[in-house]
Design a protein around this ligand. Structure first.
Ligand SMILES: [Zn+2]
Length: 323
């Protein structure tokens, strides 16, 4: 019998990546295409199908076959219908049957899943979570995604269309307005969006002093990585934002660990690269709010797969569905 391979797709804001993955969790090849196109949603879908076809051809050249496709998408999906309801990464694809088109175009089963869940499935399979039974996963990016693993299995809740929305755990009821409609969510403190908003607020309040951060803000060319660099160079406004991020993450983990009776977390996503600036405040905040767990028992780990967690997790999701 031919060796079974899987395709894992990660839909990012700029690029979509599709990877050929074997059943041991190794990435064999990656295809990359631009997420947005002037040709609209249909064109993006067509190019994604072409990228997957080339992976299928590559698999068969090597004497293997692709058994299924998994896809991680930010936003709201209807996994059963293969429907993308809304994704901030693909605003042109509202109520778009991306999963159906992919399935029909490739003649393969296609399984969609939330992006934070596929991050977790990847880390659980061959990353930082592989030897941990119970853990919380957080992806710090444009927003904050969350996942929960119990006994090394993804917690799916009551299939209500959302689960483990840890980014929307309220850590400060009087805090900033959140994209979800609530206020003071973890996401408004611990995401790239929160960092940018924080600089904007400081500028409005006159707290943003002359310097590289001010210059970037004035040129409207600021991003999270630049805020990190300015903080590392000692900019007090930027440092404050990372301290606030750490404080909010420590408070959220303290609440979650206390409620669930667990003590491991894995942090991923682009903004987690600013680890050195927020991990100290995270530990301080955790120590301050936790009464049931000693701070030494808390284990907060970095994602060990980085960008590949979502690709591997999407492939693993497909593998679990057809096994
Ligand atoms: Zn929210």
């Amino acid at each position: 019998m031919k060796k079974r391979l899987f395709i894992g797709i990660d839909v990012g804001g700029t690029n979509m990546r599709a990877a050929l993955v074997d059943d041991a969790g190794s990435i064999l090849h990656v295809e990359r295409i631009a997420t947005r196109s002037s040709g609209g949603a249909e064109d993006t879908s067509r190019r994604l199908i072409d990228a997957c076809r080339s992976l299928v051809a590559r698999a068969s050249k090597g004497g293997a076959r692709v058994a299924a496709v998994g896809m991680g998408v930010a936003g709201k999906i209807d996994a059963r219908q293969g429907l993308l309801i809304f994704s901030p990464n693909m605003p042109a694809m509202r109520n778009y049957p991306l999963g159906v088109e992919l399935r029909d175009g490739l003649g393969l089963p296609v399984f969609m899943e939330n992006d934070a869940n596929v991050f977790g499935l990847g880390e659980n399979w061959v990353g930082s979570g592989r030897n941990v039974d119970n853990w919380i996963g957080l992806t710090l990016g444009t927003g904050v995604g969350g996942c929960i693993f119990f006994h090394s299995r993804l917690w799916e809740g009551d299939h209500l269309g959302f689960v483990a929305e840890i980014g929307h755990l309220v850590v400060h009821p009087e805090g900033p307005a959140c994209a979800c409609g609530s206020q003071g969510c973890l996401e408004t403190h611990a995401s790239a969006t929160a960092l940018l908003k924080g600089v904007e607020n400081a500028a409005q309040n006159g707290a943003l002093l002359e310097g590289p951060l001010f210059d970037r803000w004035r040129q409207q060319s600021l991003n999270a990585e630049m805020i990190y660099q300015c903080a590392s160079a000692g900019d007090e406004t930027a440092l404050k934002l990372f301290r606030r991020m750490g404080w909010a993450l420590g408070l959220a983990l303290s609440n979650l660990f206390t409620v669930l009776g667990i003590r491991h977390a894995i942090l991923g996503g682009g903004v987690s690269a600013s680890w050195d600036l927020f991990i100290g405040p995270l530990r301080d905040s955790f120590t301050r709010y936790t009464r049931f767990l000693s701070p030494e028992e808390m284990v907060v780990m970095k994602s060990s797969l980085g960008d590949n967690a979502a690709l591997l997790g999407a492939a693993r999701h497909a593998m679990d569905q057809v096994s």
